[in-house]
Design a protein around this ligand. Structure first.
Ligand code: THU
Length: 130
């Protein structure tokens, strides 16, 4: 499944809208039903409005009524396996199990697989508001 997700993320990356950074990112998430939802980064002339590939993939699944996430992949043209930004890690923590596998891949197909817990330890979540 790792390879399938990376392939889907690479394909999504080709659709990135990145006229400002020229840095294309692709992401793909698998759900329990076997469905794969993809995302690419979509930039805006008002720079902070930009949405990262990871969040687009997660929001794509949610918008399709599917939130049973099981595995995730992200791909970019980086030297090391691409590290997701802090905002995306926080969004992952809202929806992913702490042990969920996240595959980080770079231009040479070097892949580092981490858990959400490793990416964002001691994260703020809904329980903290009880
Ligand atoms: N970006 C992502 O899509 N995911 C990441 O993990 C890192 C950053 C995007 C946002 C922006 O379009 C471009 O990469 C440069 O920051």
């Amino acid at each position: 499944m790792k390879e399938k997700l990376i392939k889907a993320a690479k394909k999504a990356r080709t659709r990135a809208y990145v006229p400002y950074s020229n840095f294309a990112v692709g992401a793909a998430v698998l759900t329990e039903s076997g469905q794969v939802y993809t995302g690419c980064n979509i930039e805006n002339a008002a720079y902070p409005v930009t949405c990262c590939a990871e969040r687009v993939a997660i929001f794509n699944a949610l918008a399709n009524g599917d939130s049973a996430f099981v595995e995730f992949a992200v791909v970019a043209d980086t030297e090391r396996p691409v590290p997701p930004c802090g905002s995306c890690r926080q969004v992952m923590s809202e929806f992913f199990d702490p042990n969920m596998k996240i595959h980080l891949t770079n231009r040479n197909e070097q892949t580092k697989t981490v858990t959400l817990e490793a990416l964002l330890p001691f994260s703020f979540n809904a329980d903290d508001m009880d």
